[in-house]
Design a protein around this ligand. Structure first.
Ligand code: NDP
Ligand code: GDR
Length: 373
């Protein structure tokens, strides 16, 4: 009999990679998607056979983490062996604008799922994965951060995720549920949401290279992050639910870079050498050299990046660096893709899209390209 998994957040970056992985492993995969006014299944369309396909191993249900009866009904129908709770309002900056919604979905949404598992008597059958985050460390008190490092969340998002972390531990301790927290550090890919910093940079610079945008407007480019590839990280999400005992694990690469370095790498992938000058909100990045024909719209002296204080956060997490020793020694996990390789992959994908837009534009078929965020 195939194992059966339910993924919340299946239309997101991680949900799409995890669904692919589980299908490869022979699972039947159910996912919860939200109703939206536009199609929102772009990341999973390639594995979806449509609602008419009776034997399909990939099935989607409309739902929302804010809706208890909906979650309970889906869990009753699916009776999954494994639940991966990846659904969330996952943008830290947005959580300052929508703190109550973020708490409802990210904190109480987790409780709703756990309680539904218990209410339906599935606690001996269903294993539970919670998408916890390095944002829990926030104002870091120890470097690198590991499973025992104290938490100090710095945003409504992180505070909501702190509740989700502890309620997951609590259901494990109180009811014997097999429930784990993956404390994942930042992980990216060509499927990363367009308003997270890495994708904003790779997409923005690819657009600038093709003359679709003029300048990248950034916030705190001195911020330091431990960036991995989402494909590597979803392997670990699955591994955590295959052990004899449920435990919490840090997933990270153990290497840290600044946002500024990421901008430099992405520009280099496009054959652009940048020179940074000025300080604080006056800092700019100017084109020092163009070494390939990948950026026909860019010339020496152009200003490609400026600071816009609107992207500063009311409270920032300046530095994050993970220690994945427990995952490596306990589960034999190591990340395979470096941050630099990931950046190259992201730029290559975004450049393809930018070239398509440029081609349409050159034939008088210009389509609007969103740049907000
Ligand atoms: P994304 O933002 O790409 O995906 C989030 C998913 O959650 C989307 O499918 C989204 O649906 C869905 N969602 C949002 N709100 C709701 C809701 N109210 N009810 C149900 N579903 C909802 O995030 P990632 O894939 O990058 O991250 C996956 C999880 O891991 C998140 O919980 C995130 O907080 C956490 N995390 C991510 C890290 C990272 O670096 N990527 C690091 C650590 C933790 P829709 O497509 O309709 O918007
Ligand atoms: P983060 O990711 O907040 O770490 O949360 P994000 O990519 O948004 O920011 C990383 C760092 O870059 C700085 N930054 C900017 N960020 C954005 N989005 N836009 C900008 O213009 C910009 N300029 C500088 C930020 O201030 C920050 O320091 C991500 C999400 O995936 C969470 O869901 C997840 O839990 C954590 O990673 C781990």
């Amino acid at each position: 009999m195939s194992k059966c998994a339910l993924i919340t957040g299946i239309t997101g970056q991680d949900g799409s990679y995890l669904a692919e992985l589980l299908l490869e492993k022979g699972y039947v995969v159910h996912g919860i998607k939200r109703r939206a006014s536009l199609f929102n299944t772009g990341r999973v369309d390639h594995i979806y056979e449509g609602p008419q396909s009776v034997n399909a191993r990939f099935r989607l249900h409309y739902g929302d983490l804010s809706d208890t009866s909906n979650l309970t009904r889906i869990l009753r129908e699916v009776e999954p062996d494994e639940v991966y709770n990846l659904g969330a309002q996952s943008h830290v900056a947005v959580s300052f604008e929508a703190p109550e919604y973020t708490a409802d979905v990210d904190a109480l949404g987790t409780l709703r799922l756990l309680e539904a598992i218990r209410f339906l008597g599935l606690e001996k059958k269903t294993r539970f994965y919670q998408a916890s985050t390095s944002e829990l460390y926030g104002l870091v008190q120890e470097a690198p951060q590991k499973e025992t490092t104290p938490f100090h969340p710095r945003s409504p998002y992180a505070v909501a995720k702190l509740y989700a972390y502890w309620i997951t531990v609590n259901y494990r301790e109180a009811y014997g549920l097999y429930a784990c927290n993956g404390i994942l550090f930042n992980h990216e890919s060509p499927r990363r949401g367009e308003t997270f910093v890495t994708r904003k940079i790779t997409r923005g610079l690819a657009n600038i290279a093709q003359g679709i945008e003029n300048c990248l407007y950034m916030g705190n480019i001195d911020s330091l992050r431990d960036w991995g590839h989402a494909k590597d990280y979803v392997r670990m999400q699955w591994l955590m639910l295959q052990q004899d005992q449920p435990e919490d694990y840090v997933i990270a690469t153990g290497v840290q870079y600044s946002v500024r370095e990421f901008i430099t790498w992405a520009a280099r992938e496009l054959g652009i050498e940048l020179a940074f000058s000025g300080t604080g909100v006056e800092e700019i990045a100017t084109v020092a050299a163009v070494t390939s024909d990948m950026a026909p719209a860019v010339k020496v002296g152009d200003i490609l990046m400026r600071i816009d204080p609107r992207y500063f956060r009311p409270a920032e997490v300046d530095t994050l660096l993970g220690d994945p020793t427990k995952a490596k020694e306990g589960l034999g996990w190591t990340p395979e893709i470096t941050a630099r390789e990931m950046c190259a992959e992201m730029v290559a994908e975004d450049l393809k899209t930018a070239r398509r837009h440029a081609l349409l534009r050159d034939h008088g078929l210009e389509t609007p390209v969103s740049t907000e965020g």
